[in-house]
Ligand binder design. Structure first.
Ligand code: HEM
Length: 488
C-alpha cells in the first residue's frame, strides 16, 4: 500500500525547525535584547540633540518593536544561509511575539497620551500614518496570537506559516506609517550636513531593508515578493498623497522676539531652500508675544531668550527647545578706545559718560548692574551712568552720535553698527542667557514644526547666530569687535 508522504511545506524547507514553545530563559533573553534596543534608541535621541520626553519614549518603543520583528523575520533566512546556531534561531519566536506586542503601547501612547505633540488634527491631516499604524498593530498582534502552540496545532503548520508570511508585508507597512510624514527631507538634510548621526527613521529603514535583503537572498518566493511590490506601490501612492508632496508649501507661524529677528529671518531663508515653507513672522518684544501664546494663539515656534522658556513650560504650551545662541551684555566704546577703558573698574573714572539699558525693563541692564554689585563697583560706576534707556538703539546711538563714552548692550548689537562700536573684553561672568526656539502646542502643523526644529538643531543654525554675534565672550572666544562685512 502506498503511504501518503507528509505534506511539503511550501513556505520553508523542512530543514528549518519550527519553534512552537520557548523556555523562560529564551523569553528573558529576547526581552533583555529588546530592552537594550530601547535603551540604545533612547541614547540615540540625545545624540540627535532631542530631549527626553514621553514622545521620545514612545518612538523608542516603536523602534524596539520594529527591531524585534525585523530580527525575527531575518532569522529563518540567516539559519539557512549562514548556519545561525539553533539556540539563536530559537529566539525567533519570542523576539517576534514581544516585538508585536510592543507595537500596542507605542500606538496607544502616540494616540492617547501625546495630544500636545500629536493632536487629533495631526491624525486627521496625516490619516495615512494612522491607518497604516493601526494596520500594523492589529496585524502583528494577530500574528503573535496565532503563534501560540495550541493555535499552531489548530490552524495546521502550513496555514500558520502562510499567514505568518504576511509579517514582511506588515513590516513594510509599519515603516510606511512614519515615512508618509515626509521623512525623506530629513534624510536629505542629513546627507547635506553629514556631521551628525543620521535620522532614526533612516536607521529603521536600514534595519527593515536588512530583513528584506536576507529574505530575498534566501529564496524566490514569488507571492511574498508580489505582496511586497504591492506594498511598495501603496507606499509610493501614500507618500505621493502626503500634504508635503503636494505643490502647496507647508505653513509655519513663528513668533519672534525682535532682538532675534535678523538671524531668524536668515535661517528661515536657508530652511526654505531645502523645505519650501511659507513662514509667517510675528515680530515684537518677547513680553508682548508671550500673552498671545498664553491666550492660545495659533503659532508653531516662539523665538525668545531666557527666562521665557520657563513661562511657556509652566503654562503647558511647550513641546521642545532648541538652543541656538547666547545673549550677553558687552561693554562697547568708540573705535580706537579714545578714553582708554579696559575694565569695569575703569568705568568709575571721574567724568565718564556711560549709557546702559534701564534695569527695570532691560534684562541686559539688570545683569550689568548685578555684576557691578558683585564686584563692589555699583556706587562708583552708577554715578557715571547718564543714560538708562529702554531700547538698545538709543544706548548705541548715544555712543555713536555722542555724548556717551561707553555703553553696555547685548552682544548682537555690535553687529548692527559695523565699524562704529569696539568691544572691551571685561572677563565678567554673567548668568547664561540662552536664545531658544521653542516648539509650541498651538501648532496647526506639528509635523512641519518638528521638521523645522530638528533642522534648527543642525550646526548651520548655530553658525548663523554666531555670525550675528549671539555668542558668549568666555565660552566661545571674544565677540567680534568689527562684524563681518557681509551679513547675508
Ligand atoms: C496605532 C498605531 C500607531 C500609531 C498611532 C503610531 C504613531 C506614531 C507617531 C505619531 C510617530 C512619530 C512620527 C514622527 O513625528 O516622527 C511614530 C513613530 C514611529 N513608529 Fe509608530 N504608530 C503606530 C504603529 C506603529 C507600528 C505598528 C510600528 C512598528 C512596528 C511603529 C513604529 C514606529 C517607529 C519605529 C517610529 C519612529 C520613527 C522615527 O523616528 O522617525 N509604529 N508612530
Amino acid at each position: 500500500m502506498k503511504t501518503k508522504s507528509p505534506p511539503q511545506n511550501p513556505i520553508e524547507p523542512a530543514r528549518t525547525p519550527v519553534i512552537r514553545s520557548n523556555s523562560r530563559l529564551e523569553w528573558s533573553l529576547a526581552f533583555g535584547f529588546l530592552v537594550l534596543v530601547y535603551q540604545f534608541f533612547w541614547t540615540y535621541h540625545t545624540w540627535r540633540g532631542k530631549p527626553y520626553t514621553l514622545c521620545s519614549a514612545s518612538e523608542c518603543i516603536g523602534f524596539a518593536a520594529l527591531v524585534g520583528i525585523a530580527s525575527s523575520i531575518s532569522m529563518g533566512p540567516l539559519y539557512r544561509l549562514l548556519k545561525l546556531p539553533l539556540p539563536v534561531l530559537r529566539l525567533r519566536r519570542p523576539l517576534g511575539v514581544l516585538g508585536a506586542w510592543l507595537t500596542l503601547p507605542h500606538g496607544l501612547i502616540s494616540l492617547v497620551f501625546l495630544p500636545k505633540d500629536y493632536p487629533f488634527s495631526f491624525y486627521l491631516k496625516n490619516w495615512s500614518c494612522l491607518l497604516l499604524g493601526i494596520l500594523g498593530v492589529f496585524g502583528f498582534i494577530y500574528m503573535a496570537w496565532i503563534s501560540r502552540n495550541n493555535s499552531i496545532n489548530r490552524l495546521g503548520l502550513v496555514v500558520w506559516q502562510r499567514r505568518l508570511r504576511w509579517a514582511s508585508v506588515l513590516l513594510g507597512i509599519s515603516v510606511l506609517h512614519f515615512m508618509v510624514l515626509g521623512k525623506i527631507s530629513g534624510w536629505v538634510d542629513w546627507a547635506h550636513q553629514l556631521d551628525k548621526v543620521p535620522p532614526g527613521s533612516l536607521l529603521a529603514f536600514g534595519i527593515v531593508g536588512g530583513a528584506y535583503f536576507w529574505r530575498f537572498l534566501d529564496a524566490s518566493k514569488r507571492r511574498t515578493w508580489s505582496a511586497l511590490l504591492g506594498a511598495a506601490l501603496l507606499g509610493a501612492i501614500l507618500i505621493g498623497c502626503h500634504p508635503s508632496a503636494s505643490n502647496q508649501p507647508a505653513k509655519l507661524r513663528v513668533l519672534c522676539g525682535s532682538s532675534m529677528a535678523e538671524p531668524v529671518q536668515e535661517l528661515a531663508k536657508q530652511f526654505n531652500q531645502s523645505h519650501p515653507t511659507n513662514i509667517e513672522f510675528d515680530l515684537g518684544g518677547s513680553e508682548t508675544l508671550l500673552p498671545k501664546i498664553l491666550a492660545g494663539a495659533r503659532a508653531d515656534v516662539f523665538v525668545c531668550h531666557d527666562p521665557f522658556e520657563e513661562k511657556i513650560k509652566a503654562a503647558g504650551f511647550h513641546t521642545e527647545t532648541v538652543v541656538v545662541g547666547y545673549l550677553e551684555p558687552v561693554l562697547a566704546v568708540r573705535p580706537g578706545n579714545p578714553k582708554g577703558i579696559h575694565s569695569l573698574a575703569d568705568l568709575a573714572k571721574p567724568g565718564l559718560k556711560i549709557g546702559i539699558g534701564d534695569p527695570r525693563f532691560s534684562t541686559c541692564g539688570e545683569l550689568f548692574v548685578n555684576v557691578l554689585k558683585k564686584k563692589g563697583l555699583h556706587e562708583s560706576v552708577l554715578t557715571n551712568v547718564v543714560l538708562q534707556a529702554r531700547t538698545h538703539s538709543e544706548v548705541a546711538n548715544g555712543l555713536i552720535l555722542g555724548p556717551l563714552d561707553a555703553v553696555v548692550v547685548w552682544n548682537f548689537i555690535i553687529g548692527l553698527y559695523p565699524g562704529k562700536l569696539e568691544v572691551v573684553p571685561t572677563g565678567s561672568e554673567y548668568p547664561v542667557t540662552r536664545v531658544t526656539l521653542l516648539g509650541l502646542t498651538g501648532s496647526e502643523n506639528p509635523a512641519q514644526r518638528n521638521t523645522f526644529l530638528q533642522w534648527c538643531r543642525g550646526p548651520i543654525v548655530e553658525k548663523i547666530f554666531r555670525r550675528f554675534g549671539y555668542q558668549r565672550e568666555t565660552e566661545k572666544g571674544p565677540v567680534p569687535t568689527v562684524p563681518p562685512g557681509s551679513r547675508s
